[in-house]
Design a protein around this ligand. Structure first.
Ligand code: SF4
Length: 590
């Protein structure tokens, strides 16, 4: 219940009198404070009668406040007053608004979030990110969270989906044409060619060609076996005709050129030198695929047609709903599926995330595949965290261990969940783990809601910027994952939408500019530890956001997504999953 304005004025008056020695609000006499109590994570925050405080010196008061864990004075806005206004009136008004927020436990609705730079940055209309930003977000949760083999959504899951798609198209050709077929050929270009070897792209592409799908493949039985037997030939059924395919049919082609997308590939069905069927594809990040002439599938209109976080906040305020409720309403309206069906899908993702952490933590310390000879460490970090007495260290250790576990599973090529990508596949499972029975012990329903809120953050980043490291560097992978994690925590803790937006903003902001430079093209260094840092930053983003007055945050989520898009566009291509810069060249492997 919000306090009456008179109580607020009196409370503010007492504070200001105690701090500055005068009461700037006319008619508000200092009286013992009888304001409301606020329940915080640290206990009950109860404003005290100020008669004692009034006679304290400032140093005494500071030390007294330091002793009271969890108590904080309201943050006053000391920024410059708007031109033409009176400075003192501005400060009093600012302090008043802040006191209302602190005492009332909610933000003064008269205050709107004001980005520090209110002038929108002019973007080149030819930028892909600008073209993509037309219209409401239409992405669905089952397109976004995908289960598939690691180590990379764009270099493993995407290529496997592409070749599986091509196989499906090929078998629809008339049998007379299929009878002429002699071979299937796949050409990899750009980043797929530059770093595909380290990502197992050729095995993923071959698996799709011979009929395996990412969500149902057994990576150990199929992909690991392909690696162990590189010369093995696999039969591919084309109606009544059978041809052979092998890893030799996956060709690492040009790494540099004017490709439509940094992750371009072509698939061909050949009859000798003659092409029976050819299709150009793009693995556009997060396991999403497109092809030449692609048009998005027709979907129903969303109940909440949002394009930005500002739209989302406005809808949630208008209808008094959470971000998760908004997301669920859109899932049902766009897809035509029921809430129960969507929840069943979310439960599968929760189960898969739990499994990846559990398997990764239980795996004995081993050497990961590839030339780096990197040792795994999730299990060791977990054991050490469990033995830790200090709760803060234990918490950070467990989140880090869970993220390492998920990421090491990804590096092993085992099944992971794109959230939003394979390289960042340790972040969201670790956040989920920290909210689950090992941590905050929230209910499964809260985990579902958290996944929905996290997805909304990913959708917006995909809509306006990119999820592909080949387009935007690691800020687009771990940065987005960390922001999704922050939103998930906020939603699972029932934080208001603006706090969730701010938490995600903070987590994304502090990954801006982060480059992608996987050593030797393997998703191991810096990727594995980077997931742990991303998951911890999810919590940092949430903890900062929940402890500040939401409207006081000077950077809004939409501005930060725009910064992500601009930084992605301007980032040197050496740092976009090519292994031509940064750690990939500074680290000497011996
Ligand atoms: S450096 Fe980041 S973006 Fe690049 S492969 Fe690793 S996790 Fe993915």
């Amino acid at each position: 219940m919000s306090p009456r304005v008179a109580d607020v004025e009196r409370a503010l008056s007492n504070w200001l009198r105690a701090i500055w020695g005068f009461t700037p609000i006319p008619g508000a006499d200092a009286q013992p404070m009888v304001g409301p109590t606020l329940t915080t994570d640290f206990g009950v925050l109860r404003p005290r009668a100020t008669t004692g405080l009034r006679h304290m010196r400032r140093e005494e008061m500071d030390s007294e406040l330091r002793d009271r864990e969890g108590f904080s004075l309201p943050a006053l806005d000391y920024s410059e007053p708007p031109a033409g206004s009176d400075r003192r009136a501005f400060m009093v008004r600012s302090a008043m608004a802040t006191a209302i927020a602190v005492l009332g436990g909610q933000v003064n609705p008269l205050l709107a979030q004001t980005p520090a730079n209110a002038q929108p940055v002019k973007l080149d209309p030819n930028l892909n990110v600008v073209k993509q930003s037309k219209g409401p977000v239409m992405t669905l949760v089952d397109e976004f969270y995908k289960v598939g083999p690691g180590p990379s959504s764009s270099h493993t899951i995407g290529p496997m989906r592409i070749t599986y798609d091509f196989y499906q198209r090929a078998i629809k050709l008339p049998q007379a044409q299929l009878d002429q077929a002699t071979a299937l050929k796949v050409h990899l270009y750009g980043s797929l060619s530059a770093t595909g070897k380290g990502h197992g792209t050729e095995r993923a592409a071959l698996a799709g060609l011979i009929g395996y799908e990412p969500a149902t493949i057994d990576p150990v039985a199929v992909l690991d076996k392909m690696q162990a037997e590189p010369d093995k030939v696999y039969p591919v059924k084309l109606g009544t005709k059978t041809i052979n395919a092998s890893l030799k049919d996956i060709i690492y082609d040009e790494t540099k050129g004017d490709f439509p997308h940094a992750n371009t590939m072509t698939a061909k069905l050949m009859a000798g030198d003659k092409v029976l069927l050819e299709q150009e594809y793009y693995s556009v990040g997060g396991g999403f695929i497109e092809w030449k002439g692609y048009t998005p599938p027709k979907k129903n209109p969303p109940k909440y047609p949002y394009e930005t976080m500002a739209d989302i906040i406005a809808f949630t305020k208008r209808d008094n709903i959470s971000i998760a409720q908004l997301a669920m309403a859109n899932e049902t309206s766009i897809s035509g599926r029921s809430e129960a069906e969507i929840n069943a899908f979310l439960d599968k993702i929760i189960g898969a995330m739990r499994a990846t952490v559990k398997t990764g933590l239980a795996a004995p310390t081993s050497t990961l595949p590839g030339p780096i000879k990197l040792k795994t460490k999730a299990g060791d970090v977990y054991k050490s965290a469990m033995a830790e007495q200090l709760l803060a260290r234990k918490g950070i250790g467990l989140v880090s261990a869970a993220a390492l576990a998920g990421s090491e599973e990804n590096a092993r090529g085992h099944l992971v969940i794109t959230a939003p990508t394979g390289g960042s596949a340790g972040v969201m499972p670790a956040v989920l783990y920290s909210l689950d029975s090992a941590g905050a012990k929230v209910s499964d329903q809260k985990l579902r809601e958290g996944l929905l809120a996290g997805a909304v953050i990913g959708y917006l980043c995909k809509h306006h910027a990119t999820l592909a490291a080949a387009e935007g560097g690691c800020q687009a992978e771990i940065g987005v994952a960390s922001a999704m994690g922050a939103a998930m925590i906020g939603q699972a803790m029932d934080a208001p939408p603006q706090v969730i937006a701010n938490a995600a903003e903070g987590a994304l902001e502090h990954h801006l500019g982060m480059t992608c430079d996987p050593v030797a093209g393997f998703v191991q260094i810096p990727c594995i530890e980077r997931c742990a840092f991303g998951a911890v930053k999810s919590w940092t983003g949430y903890l900062i956001a929940k402890n500040e007055i939401p409207a006081n945050r000077r950077v809004d989520f939409d501005s930060t997504v725009q910064a992500l898009a601009i930084t992605a566009k301007e980032m040197n291509s050496k740092y976009k999953e090519t292994s031509e810069g940064g750690l990939a060249v500074s680290l000497t492997l011996c």
